[in-house]
Design a protein around this ligand. Sequence first.
Ligand code: 2RA
Length: 329
Amino acid sequence: MKVAVVGATGLVGSKMLQVLTERNFPVTELIPVASEKSVGKEVTFKGKQWKVVSADTAISMQPNVAIFSAGGSTSLEWAPKFAAAGITVIDNSSAWRMDPSKKLVVPEVNGAALTQEDKIIANPNCSTIQMVLVLKPLHEKYKIKRVVVSTYQSVTGTGVKAVTQLMNERQGISGEMAYAYPIDLNVIPQIDVFLDNGYTKEEMKMVNETKKIMGDDQILVTATTVRIPVMGGHSESVNIEFENAYEVNDVRGLLAQTPGVIVVDDPSRALYPMPKDAHDKDEVFVGRIRRDETQPNTVNMWIVADNLRKGAATNAVQIAEYLQQKNWL
Ligand code: 2RA
């Protein structure tokens, strides 16, 4: 299968190549795509060197699928052109996520919504993906009324520039700033720009994308998203109010049986999920499951995942796997 990776030289694009290899996706020809300045360079994939080409050239090479992680403007310009050429696009940017004509997919949650006609498929925001994977089984069993989430997000969500800023600051080196403030020994309660309602774009992505993926506009979501000096993944403190009564052990058991979720929850042995353990894994890890004793039918939990993998590259590759298994690519 011919696979184009648009943004192949970026942090998520490189992770996509790693995940395609690890999951043995049937790639017979890789078509790495990047900006004009990178055309001609080579990327290593499955032991071979593949030449970076322009988006135009990639279309002419007729890949079966193109996985984008190159920013919203590139997706807005090029995804329709790839789709018009009959190439299925899986886009990791926010460009198409809330477009009513486009599917926003976490395969384990709403993969069944996909059809052969879907030619531009949106990959959700990383902080949304790890949360909805946990919310879905709970919503089906207990019916969720409201979600309050606070995130603790890795600098890898911003990209290479932020990782470099953190590493420089930890070594006392001054350098290019990805953020308005130092990130080492600090936290920044702003991810993306502020909107008129006082929330950031990242926070409203969690609100709006959750409703779309879960297929239920009645679910109330409020979010505070925070950047922290961590590399391995995003963590989230999630408070969930149900319509119906529940038992903590039943919640723990239900999540333990949920595909893609691993429960790490034993306070007696100080066992709970942490980014250092989630790093470079495809699963979503859940712990600190406990009753909210201040409100009926409400549970607290802690959710951790590698934002570059299940939060981006792995979820996109899993969408491609779903389409390939349907023989739709
Ligand atoms: C972030 N979720 O963490 C956003 C985009 N990757 O910066």
